[in-house]
Write a protein that binds this ligand. Sequence first.
Ligand SMILES: C[S@@+](CC[C@H](N)C(=O)[O-])C[C@H]1O[C@@H](n2cnc3c(N)ncnc32)[C@H](O)[C@@H]1O
Length: 197
Amino acid sequence: MDFSKEYTKEQFYWGTEPHKAVTHLLNFIKSGEALDLGIGEGKNAIFLAKNGFNVEGVDCSIEGLEKVKKLAQINGVLVKTFCTNINEFKFIKRYDLIISTFTLHYLPKIKAHEMIRKIKDSTKNGGFNLITIFTRNFPDYSLKMEKKFDLYLFEKNELNNLYLDWEVIKYSEEIKLDKSHGKPHYHSIALLIARKI
Ligand SMILES: C[S@@+](CC[C@H](N)C(=O)[O-])C[C@H]1O[C@@H](n2cnc3c(N)ncnc32)[C@H](O)[C@@H]1O
């Protein structure tokens, strides 16, 4: 899904406030090396940078990364960005925290699973992952819709099951009504916070 057109607009398409779960993370980890996969316009990454993390972010949209730079400047922080497909990103170091919000469902199932394996491998022992993705558990779900939007929607507990060897601190699947764009529609959102043991 290409959000570049939205990212060229003056306002921040995803807003500038971090996801609630990202703020919640600070209860568990206070600083370190962090990576945001699918950084978008940077609302989560910049919150982490402001709170003591060295943050890197990856996105395939150069327009998104321009917004990250702008938001970083406004907030007086630095975020190192990489403009590439996350499938091509070279994980050359290990991180204390890796987050990916609302991005991995844009990969085909096999790539999404591969990416989660890379994310887990590139997390230091005792480090954290925060992942949010869409699942197929909502009223209007159809395979046709996955094809139309080029998504892979995770099955019930699929994300959780990929973290059975970690300490899962939070896992939830919730149906939410989205009125932010187009006709109001439902998303089922899986959210996971886990610690590598
Ligand atoms: C729904 S947005 C979420 C942005 C941000 N994580 C947030 O929560 O505000 C998904 C982002 O992932 C990026 N993206 C999707 N698939 C990608 C891929 N294969 N490689 C790199 N970036 C990707 C898009 O450009 C977009 O910025």
